[in-house]
Design a protein around this ligand. Structure first.
Ligand code: UDP
Length: 311
């Protein structure tokens, strides 16, 4: 396939572009580099089937020639990032999705959307199945991301229904691994950099809120299976192993053999209290489930952060 990939320089984007090239596809990667990093694509620049275009996808996208698929992954995705860039986050989910769908329509290409567990907001149902409609505060600080992604899903389904464009929608739950930015602000990079520097580990609230963390290699394998499937409805991908954030902080401290203290900081507004994917649909339709344990994934990620802190 010839693929246009938006958000190619991001954490998930760069891993996925690598996988697509390994599978023999050709990839045009697009990114405006506001949260993505050029270094994430270091291994790809010399590959003959990869081309990079620095562009904001909220601007008109002009791609000459044919395309088989448009994978729309561009968006700030960490809470501090979308709080820093609220309007670009809304724009990339709305205008960027519209542009990317327009390209898919004109090329008669398949469209894949990177959606998120944030469409469920602070869920009142745990675990969250795809059929759950969510509990989102549209005007709260996280609303810029949550509503942009909800709009993007609505837009993708409308193009599917009105124009017959094949769509794939992946609702990505918390994912971690190498290439997360040191200053990304999410729990895993924060706790790892704090533990490795023997600085206080900042747990927000009492740390009783839960998350379920998926290792990157599992996630991208699931996304690839979804891409090759015929499932036109949203699919949750994530690891159902759910733990309280305080326990995650303790685990990272232990794996890093760190002397850091754990300190408590105020819980950000609208921070979801629980989160855990119901992955029955992915198991049934994609024959997918995660394989990498939390400990193993954290160990691999820690090696990356150790290296990154040295350079
Ligand atoms: N969190 C924390 N300390 C940090 C960063 C995050 O306690 O230094 C908490 C955050 O409040 C949330 C959880 O860890 O409850 C996961 O946060 P993250 O930013 O990784 O992603 P989210 O799942 O909220 O999108």
């Amino acid at each position: 396939m010839k693929i246009l990939f938006t958000g190619a320089a991001g954490f998930i984007g760069s891993h996925l572009c690598e996988l697509l090239l390994r599978k023999g596809h050709s990839v045009i990667g697009m990114d405006n580099l506001i949260t993505g990093q050029r270094e994430n694509l270091q291994n790809l620049f010399h590959q003959p089937h990869f081309r990079f275009i620095r562009q904001d996808v909220t601007r008109y996208i002009r791609i000459p020639g044919s395309l088989d698929a448009v994978l729309h992954f561009a968006s700030p995705a960490s809470p501090p990032d979308y709080l820093k860039y609220p309007i670009p986050t809304l724009k990339v989910g709305a205008l960027g999705t519209h542009n990317a769908l327009g390209v898919a329509k004109s090329k008669k290409a398949l469209f894949m959307l990177a959606s998120t567990s944030e469409v469920y907001g602070d869920p009142q149902v745990n675990p969250q199945p795809e059929s759950y409609w969510g509990n989102v505060n549209c005007i709260g600080p996280r609303g810029v991301y949550d509503e942009a992604k909800r709009f993007a899903e609505a837009m993708a389904m409308a193009y599917c229904r009105s124009h017959g464009i094949p769509v794939r929608i992946v609702r990505i739950f918390n994912t971690f691994g190498p290439r997360m930015r040191l200053e990304d602000g999410r729990a895993v990079p924060n706790f790892m950099t704090q533990a490795l520097r023997n600085r206080p580990i900042t747990v927000y609230g009492k740390g009783r809120q839960t998350r379920s963390l998926c290792y990157i290699s599992d996630l991208i394998e699931g996304i690839y299976k979804l891409l090759r499937s015929d499932v036109q409805e949203p699919v949750n991908l994530g690891n159902p192993h759910e733990i309280p954030i305080l326990q995650l902080a303790e685990l990272i401290r232990k794996i890093a053999r760190s002397k850091s203290k754990i300190v408590f900081r105020p819980l950000p507004l609208d921070d979801p209290q629980v989160r855990r994917p119901d992955i029955s649909l992915a198991k049934k339709r994609l024959k997918w489930e995660p394989k990498v344990s939390l400990e193993k994934g954290l160990q691999r990620t820690l090696c990356y952060f150790q290296q990154a802190l040295k350079t």
